[in-house]
Design a protein around this ligand. Structure first.
Ligand code: V47
Length: 350
């Protein structure tokens, strides 16, 4: 593609302090892709367990074993009951955020999807399991990534969330999450999913040990894969939250750096249609401001169903918003709120 911003030019822009220019440029690009729309959906999360083999240093959620305070593990019956409690008419997506549980096998992960599918409306999209979890399912079942993804797709998997990407730069990745899928594996699993017709999201965890150059390189790696497969729907910059984890001493980024990161991601990633601003992590105000720096999607209603970010210190301790609340965030910035399904098909107003 011609006239594409490269690493050094993106870095120059990132290093500048012209917030007005960054806002104008990123907003101009978001306008080209998404006009005056801000997308949202109606969804809830299922977090079946937080017991995890991996020891990511940024994670405040994981526990080693069921005996540790704060550990949980849901049976299929508990997942069914939880879906009954959280599902409400009109929801279009269930997002499953798991862990790599030492005692669960592929059959269990298939059953989780089948249980949710059976319990909620069968038209609901199940967005489940990060590439890291897919990698471990393959390892422990002796199957290939493609076989695992096909089995999950046949069970009802609709899309993969973007988690586990963290930061691709090996020198940083080895310090923050040394024992899980490396960058090459993460990208290859998403390539495999795209080739099987499974659409996915992608993320970047920023604000820990990485620098601006590492972030831009991460964005360019995603841009390169998207050139090839066109399988990513949204990029989600995930701001590191520093409470209750092994990187707490790092503190958190200031608002200017966060907004710059949104703008730069919209400018660099010129081929992924949506930049998602995930409000349960950012908080409502910062989410709203990010709409002026390239973001066009604010995810969902959530219905108080995720704990990852509140455990890491997010101000949103019981995250839940109504469709009206989400619409208000968009319209107060001069945008038009549009309800979508998981694949950005627009839904008519109810
Ligand atoms: O990979 C963990 C992040 C991710 C912390 O696809 C943290 O629509 C900040 O991937 N501070 C999992 N972030 C969640 C995820 C996601 C979230 C929202 C939407 C979508 C989507 C995907 O959460 C992990 C990691 O990068 N994370 N701990 C923390 N302390």
């Amino acid at each position: 593609m011609k006239n594409r911003i490269d690493l050094d030019s993106a870095l120059k822009l990132y290093d500048s302090f012209d917030m007005n220019y960054l806002s104008e440029l990123s907003s101009g690009i978001r306008q080209l892709y998404n006009g005056d729309k801000v997308y949202f959906n109606r969804n809830f999360h299922v977090e079946p367990s937080n017991i995890c083999r991996h020891r990511c240093k940024f994670c405040s959620y994981r526990r080693d074993n069921p005996q540790q305070p704060g550990a949980w593990s849901m049976s299929l019956e508990e997942i069914r009951d939880y879906c009954r409690e959280k599902y409400t008419e009109g929801m279009t997506e269930v997002h499953v955020v798991g862990s790599v549980h030492p005692d669960k096998d592929l059959d269990y992960y298939v059953s989780v999807i089948e249980t949710i599918k059976k319990e909620v409306n069968p038209d609901v999209t199940i967005k489940a399991y990060s590439a890291v979890e897919i990698d471990d399912m393959a390892k422990y079942s002796g199957k290939s990534w493609s076989e695992v993804l096909t089995i999950l797709k046949d069970a009802g998997l609709g899309a993969l969330p973007g988690g586990g990407a963290e930061i691709f730069e090996p020198a940083i990745r080895v310090q923050i999450c040394p024992d899980k899928a490396d960058a090459k594996t993460w990208l290859e699993i998403h390539r495999t999913a795209h080739n099987l017709g499974i659409r996915t999201n992608c993320t970047m965890l920023f604000g820990h040990l990485e620098n601006r150059r590492d972030r831009i390189k991460h964005m360019i790696a995603l841009r390169d894969l998207q050139d090839e497969t066109k399988g990513f729907d949204a990029f989600i910059p995930l701001l590191f939250k520093s409470s209750n984890n092994s990187l707490s001493h790092l503190g958190e980024l200031d608002i200017i750096e966060v907004l710059k990161t949104f703008a730069i991601s919209r400018i660099v990633i010129d081929n992924i249609p949506h930049i998602k601003s995930y409000w349960p992590m950012l908080g409502k105000e910062l989410c709203q401001l990010s709409l002026l720096y390239g973001a066009d999607d604010i995810d969902g209603t959530i219905n108080d169903s995720t704990k990852i970010y509140s455990m890491a210190g997010s101000a949103e301790t019981n995250p839940g918003m109504t469709a009206n609340d989400l619409e208000q965030i968009a319209t107060s910035c001069g945008y038009r709120a549009v309800e979508r399904d998981s694949f950005y098909n627009e839904l008519s107003k109810k």
